[in-house]
Design a binder for this molecule. Structure first.
Ligand SMILES: [Zn+2]
Length: 302
C-alpha cells in the first residue's frame, strides 16, 4: 500500500473555508491589490449603487476574503467586542479604512515588510478620490517601476489592439494623441472617431476603455467644466473656483483654467482615471516642469 504523498494538502476545503486556509504575505498583497482595484472601480461608477450585496464583482470578492481573514485571525472577536475595529466588516467599513488609515496600520493583512513604513492612504480627501498609491497598486506597479512599463500595463488593451493589426508602431501616435487631447467635447470626439490613429481606425481600438463621459462632479452649477492649464485634465469645482485632482499639479493650490466646456454643447469625454493620472499628468506636468524648474517633478509621485 502506497504511503500518502508528503506534498498532499493536510487540510480540507471545509477547514480552509472556515479558518481562512494558508495565508502568506504574497496573498496579503494580492488582497490589497483587489482593494485598490475596488476603490478605482467605484470612483468612476455613477452613484446610487445599492448599499447591500451583491456589490460589483471585485468589491464583493475582496470583502468576502477580508471578512474571512479577519474571522480567522481574530476568532474571539464578535462585532463590537475585543477584536471589533481590528479589520473591516463590510464594504462601507473597508472604504472608511481606505480613507482614514495609512497602509502601515493595516495589520490584519500582514503585508510584506516594505509596506511597514507606508503612511499614504488608499483614498484621498479634498477632493475625494483614489490616491496615487491606490492607482499604482491596482496595476501592480510601484515607485521603482519604469514609466514605460507603467504605461504598458495601463494601456495594455490598446497595445494589444495595435499588435493584432500588425501596426505596433502606431501605439506611440495613440499615446501622444491622448496626452494632447485628454478631454474632448462630444462633437470633437465624434469627429476624431472618423480618422485612423497610428494607422488603425478607432472602431478597431478599445476606445471605451480609454475615454469615458465626464461625471457630473466636474461641472459647475452653471454647467461648465474647465481644463487645467498645467496637466490638461478637468478641474473640480471648489467654492466659487476650481482645484486640480492631481496632487503635485500647480493648480491644486491656485487653479489656472485653460479651456471651458459647456454641458449644453454635448457631453464631453475624458480619458479614464488611470490614464489621466499615470500617463497624461506626468507627461504634461513634466513638460511644464522643464519650462518652470521650480515645479516638483512628477517622477517623485509615480
Ligand atoms: Zn492640473
Amino acid at each position: 500500500m502506497n504511503e500518502p504523498s508528503t506534498d498532499a494538502p493536510k487540510s480540507t476545503a471545509l477547514q480552509d473555508l472556515l479558518t481562512g486556509g494558508p495565508y502568506d504575505d504574497q496573498t496579503a498583497e494580492e488582497v490589497l491589490r483587489m482593494v485598490a482595484l475596488t476603490v478605482v472601480e467605484l470612483a468612476d461608477l455613477p452613484g446610487n449603487i445599492p448599499l447591500a450585496p451583491p456589490y460589483p464583482r471585485t468589491a464583493q470578492m475582496v470583502i468576502d476574503r477580508i471578512c474571512l481573514l479577519g474571522a480567522y485571525r481574530y476568532p474571539e472577536a464578535g462585532p463590537g467586542e475585543g477584536g471589533g475595529g481590528r479589520y473591516p466588516r463590510g464594504l462601507t467599513d473597508l472604504l472608511a479604512w481606505c480613507r482614514d488609515r495609512p497602509l502601515c496600520d493595516w495589520t490584519f493583512l500582514e503585508l510584506p515588510e516594505r509596506f511597514d513604513e507606508v503612511t499614504e492612504r488608499l483614498i484621498e480627501t479634498g477632493p475625494l478620490r483614489p490616491s496615487p498609491l491606490c492607482l499604482r497598486l491596482s496595476y501592480g506597479v510601484d515607485t521603482n517601476t519604469p514609466r514605460r512599463e507603467v504605461e504598458r500595463r495601463v494601456m495594455r488593451a490598446v497595445l494589444d489592439a495595435y499588435k493584432e493589426t500588425g501596426r505596433d508602431e502606431g501605439f506611440t501616435e495613440f499615446r501622444n494623441r491622448i496626452i494632447e487631447c485628454p478631454v474632448q467635447s462630444g462633437r470633437d470626439y465624434a469627429l476624431s472617431a472618423l480618422h485612423p490613429i497610428g494607422g488603425v481606425h478607432p472602431q478597431d481600438l478599445p476606445m471605451d476603455l480609454v475615454y469615458t463621459p465626464v461625471h457630473d462632479k466636474y461641472f459647475s452649477s452653471a454647467g461648465e467644466a474647465s481644463t487645467c492649464r498645467y496637466c490638461g485634465l478637468l478641474l473640480i469645482p471648489k467654492g466659487r473656483g476650481w482645484t486640480c485632482e492631481i496632487t503635485y499639479c500647480r493648480s491644486r493650490t491656485q487653479a489656472a483654467v485653460d479651456r471651458v466646456l459647456h454641458r449644453d454643447d454635448g457631453m464631453p469625454l475624458h480619458v479614464v482615471r488611470p490614464i489621466r493620472e499615470l500617463i497624461v499628468a506626468p507627461a504634461r506636468i513634466h513638460a511644464s516642469e522643464r519650462e518652470s524648474p521650480h515645479v516638483p517633478a512628477p517622477d517623485r509621485e509615480l
